[in-house]
Design a protein around this ligand. Structure first.
Ligand SMILES: [Zn+2]
Ligand SMILES: [Zn+2]
Length: 388
């Protein structure tokens, strides 16, 4: 599908984004390059500043028809990239495309190029959504608020390059693939007092210890054993000296689940548990939700369509359906409003040392995955527009 010239350009594009990574909602250079390229390709509409630094392009085909949305995330992470002698290493201190979003951006721009070149040959319309701030899980909400899914598409698709599986493989499955993520802060408060006179004062440190243990029962006792859920307390702060009972302890954590009903139930049980443990130990409690993102749930028919296309590109033996993660991705907000499918494109190559985990300083991937990503995403869009 791609000429060797297009393939070279695709790699160059990815390497350029890789050299100049930008953090969430600071993707000004990236957005500028995207908008310029879409304008050069003569899209029917190019909108910038969508959800702060997002870009939306609309491309109409030869005649009216279905509307499909393709999404790529464009932001990088606050990490210093390991120097492995690669010519395209990040030039920005402590910023690194350590999740492959440079690849996603290059892939979607190349899909736009292919579809624009053949616009007389297909019906309907394509919305290209270049989303900022996925890593802070806030970018999709802002884009949707700013009209990224108006006019409303009939289907939405996106891919994630994935170092958990080797290059050449594509993984697609119906149902949940990324979990919901709800970040919370719990405050436990008391009047404070002398460490040697604990009977005079409520102790928020003791309450926090009991609460951390009690919260794990949300997973071990409240969740059905066959339904995945995770609760992690990642931060705890309180106190200033060994002989003082402090006035305040703060816990921060995250709750993950696949099933929306389970998520709702665990969130309400979390509040109940905090209130009851706090009252048992005579401290005051407050729960604040700071960030939330629903689970990424693939539509059954759309997943079948992607699977069919993936088999035609990668071969049936190379299409699997076993990748799920309790990580979160706000592609879920698009999938919540527009039925669709988010899938994984294998990107690891252990022989070449390109298999470091996502979000690690040494993360990099086999660039052959770019070509596979372009072919799959472009074919998925055409298959849907042609009524597949
Ligand atoms: Zn990531
Ligand atoms: Zn990512």
């Amino acid at each position: 599908m791609l000429t060797s010239e297009q393939r070279e350009h695709l790699v160059e594009l990815r390497r350029d984004f890789h050299r100049y990574p930008e953090l969430a909602h600071q993707e000004h250079r990236t957005a500028h390059l995207i908008a310029d390229r879409l304008t050069d390709l003569r899209l029917d509409e190019v909108r910038t500043g969508v959800g702060q630094t997002g870009v939306v392009g609309i491309l109409n085909g030869a005649r009216p028809g279905r509307r499909v949305l393709l999404r790529a995330d464009i932001d990088a992470l606050p990490l210093t990239e390991t120097d492995r002698g690669q010519s395209y290493r990040s030039t920005q201190p402590a910023v690194h495309h350590a999740c492959g979003h440079d690849g996603h951006t290059a892939i979607l721009l190349t899909v736009a190029e292919l579809l624009a070149a053949r616009r007389d040959a297909w019906p309907g319309s394509v919305t290209f959504a270049f989303q900022p701030a996925e890593e802070r899980v806030g970018g999709a909400a802002g884009m949707i608020q700013d009209g990224a899914i108006e006019p409303r598409p009939d289907a939405s698709f996106g891919l994630h390059l994935w170092n958990e599986i080797p290059v050449g493989r594509i993984d697609v499955r119906p149902g949940p693939i990324f979990a919901s993520a709800d970040a919370f802060v719990v405050e436990l408060c008391s009047t404070g007092g002398h460490a040697a006179m604990p009977h005079q004062v409520a102790d928020p440190v003791m309450a926090s210890a009991q609460l951390i243990v009690a919260l794990q029962t949300l997973v071990s006792r409240e969740s059905p054993p066959l339904e995945p859920a995770v609760l992690t307390i990642g931060s705890i702060h309180g106190g200033s000296a060994p002989n003082i009972i402090p006035t305040r302890v703060e816990l921060q954590g995250t709750l993950r689940a696949f099933a929306p009903e389970l998520r709702d139930r665990l969130l309400s049980r979390l509040r109940e548990l905090v209130a009851s443990v706090a009252s048992t130990f005579r401290v005051e409690s407050h729960v604040r939700m700071t960030d939330s993102c629903p689970a990424c749930i693939n539509n059954v028919e759309m997943a079948e369509l992607v699977q069919r296309v993936a088999e035609s590109i990668a071969g049936a033996d190379n299409v699997t359906g076993d990748q799920r993660t309790m990580g979160a991705d706000d592609m879920s907000l698009f999938l919540n409003d527009v039925p669709g499918c988010y899938f994984f494109v294998g990107a690891a190559n252990s022989e070449r040392g390109l298999d470091s985990p996502h979000h690690s300083p040494a993360f990099d991937f086999d660039e052959r995955a770019l070509d596979i990503g372009v072919q799959t995403l472009a074919s998925v869009a055409l298959e849907f527009l042609n009524g597949g």
